[in-house]
Design a binder for this molecule. Structure first.
Ligand code: G3P
Length: 221
């Protein structure tokens, strides 16, 4: 399972990248809008720091605009993946970018049929937004289950990138299904690291070590 960070926040990206937890990054205009840095500077820096794929999203909605923006985004670095919205013009753009050798991540996927079509057009990744489906009362994870099964049935090379993840259980479920990638907001990654029994256990170990040092002052590891 690959873990991408769903963030444009440089301190978070650096922090988790230094832990070796970041296989890639996904960004979008909303995430860029939350940061104080200029978006172009930010994107350049993220692409420089992270070795794995970095998804940068187009903002045009016409095929020609998306293709032109994609070629510009690719100048940030070799590891850029261009994020394209799941609309008709987007599918045409994916087709063209695939012919141009540019990898794509198709965003805003909410149905199995959209995922199939994005893969057929040549997408490198499809990004179903499971949390936003859960918010509407639908089961986001069943979309992942269907897409993974269908891609396997036909040996599609497109990877399923589970997006809009809201809690650590989503990560476990996605892993059980066998989705290739999960993209996580930094807060979810932080929750995955923590367990109260780990903290409690560590406190007990360190207390016992202090007691031992009082009994045997020369003890050391
Ligand atoms: O990559 C974008 C996606 O993860 C959006 O998440 O929380 O805005 O639904 P959210």
């Amino acid at each position: 399972m690959k873990i991408f960070l769903d963030s444009a926040n440089l301190p978070s990206i650096k922090k988790y990248n230094d832990m070796g937890l970041v296989d890639g990054i996904t960004t979008n205009p909303t995430l860029l809008s939350k940061e104080k840095e200029d978006p172009a500077d930010l994107m350049r820096e993220i692409v420089r720091i992270v070795r794995g794929p970095v998804s940068l999203e187009v903002v045009g909605t016409k095929t020609e605009e998306m293709v032109e923006e994609a070629h510009r985004l690719m100048k940030y670095g070799q590891n850029v993946v261009v994020k394209i919205p799941m609309i008709s013009d987007g599918l045409r753009a994916i087709r063209q970018l695939t012919l141009d050798g540019i990898p794509t991540n198709v965003t805003l996927i909410f149905s199995t049929n959209q995922a199939i079509l994005a893969a057929k057009a040549g997408a490198s990744y499809v990004s179903p937004f499971i949390g936003r489906l859960d918010d509407t009362g639908q089961d986001g994870m069943s979309l992942i289950r269907e897409v993974v099964q269908i891609f396997r049935n036909y040996d599609f090379s497109t990877e399923v990138l589970v997006a809009s993840i809201r809690h650590p259980l989503h990560v476990i479920e996605a892993g059980k299904i066998g989705a290739e990638v999960v993209t996580l907001p930094p807060e979810i990654l932080a929750k995955m690291i923590m367990h109260p029994l780990t903290d409690k256990g560590l406190t007990a170990f360190l207390d016992d070590w202090e007691k031992l040092k009082k009994e045997k002052p020369n003890v050391r590891i």
